[in-house]
Write a protein that binds this ligand. Structure first.
Ligand SMILES: [Ca+2]
Length: 202
C-alpha cells in the first residue's frame, strides 16, 4: 500500500487517533514560538527550530543566557533533543540545562529535566524527561560567567496518543491530509503505528 492509499484508508475507516512507537513520541516543538535572552545579529531563536542543522540560535556574550520555547499549552514531555553547532565552539553547550515548566517570567525557576555534559560538534543528543509537564521548554547556561548559548536544533517530543481535538483530516485530490493543531502536517514514518478511533472532517 502506498502512502496515499494508506492515508485514504484511514479516512474511509472514518475514525482516528495517532499513537507512536514507545520511546519515539510526537514531535511538538514546531507548534510553538521561541525567544532567547539576547540575539547575536542574524542568529535568531527560531533558527533552533527550523529543521536545518547548519542554522543556529546564538545569544550575545552574557550571564544566564537562555532560549525558550512556548508550546502554547501544557504538554507531558517525553524527551528533548539538542543538535550542537558543527562549525565552531562545540564546548559552549557544556553545562546547559534543559528545563520544563509553566513559569514564563523566570525560566530558571522551572524544574530541570537534564544537564548537558557535552555534545560533539554537529551531533544530536536526546535527553529523556519522563513526562515532565510544562508549557515552556528552555535551555540555559546558568551562572554569572559571560557565555554564549548556541543551539542549532531543539526538538521536543510528547509520548502517547494524540488528542482528537488536535487532529483534522480532509481529502484533497484523492489524498487524505492530516493537520495537527492548525499548523503542522503529519509526516508519518513507515514504522509509525496508527490506531483508528474517531474522525473530524472539514
Ligand atoms: Ca537550525
Amino acid at each position: 500500500m502506498n502512502l496515499s492509499d494508506f492515508y485514504k484508508s484511514l479516512f474511509l475507516l472514518g475514525f482516528f487517533s495517532v499513537q507512536t512507537n514507545a520511546g519515539e513520541g510526537v514531535k511538538i516543538a514546531t507548534w510553538g514560538s521561541v525567544d532567547q535572552s539576547t540575539t547575536l545579529i542574524g542568529w535568531h531563536a527560531q533558527n533552533a527550530l527550523d529543521g536545518v542543522n547548519s542554522t543556529c540560535s546564538h545569544t550575545e556574550l552574557q550571564s544566564n543566557a537562555w532560549w525558550k520555547l512556548d508550546l502554547m499549552k501544557t504538554y507531558s514531555v517525553n524527551r528533548v533533543t539538542i543538535t550542537n553547532r558543527y562549525s565552531c565552539c562545540s564546548d559552549r553547550i557544556n553545562g546547559a540545562e534543559i528545563r520544563i515548566g509553566n513559569v514564563s517570567s523566570n525560566v530558571f525557576s522551572n524544574p530541570v529535566c537534564a544537564v548537558v555534559s557535552t555534545i560533539p560538534a554537529g551531533a544530536t543528543y536526546s535527553y529523556p524527561c519522563h513526562g515532565m509537564k510544562g508549557r515552556y521548554v528552555t535551555v540555559d547556561i546558568p551562572g554569572p560567567s559571560q557565555q554564549h548559548l548556541t543551539l542549532c536544533e531543539v526538538e521536543v517530543y510528547e509520548e502517547g496518543v494524540m488528542k482528537q481535538a488536535d487532529l483534522v483530516f480532509w481529502e484533497n485530490n484523492g489524498f487524505t491530509i492530516v493537520l495537527f493543531s492548525q499548523k503542522t502536517f503529519v509526516k508519518m514514518k513507515p514504522e509509525t503505528r496508527v490506531q483508528l478511533l474517531s474522525q473530524v472532517r472539514l
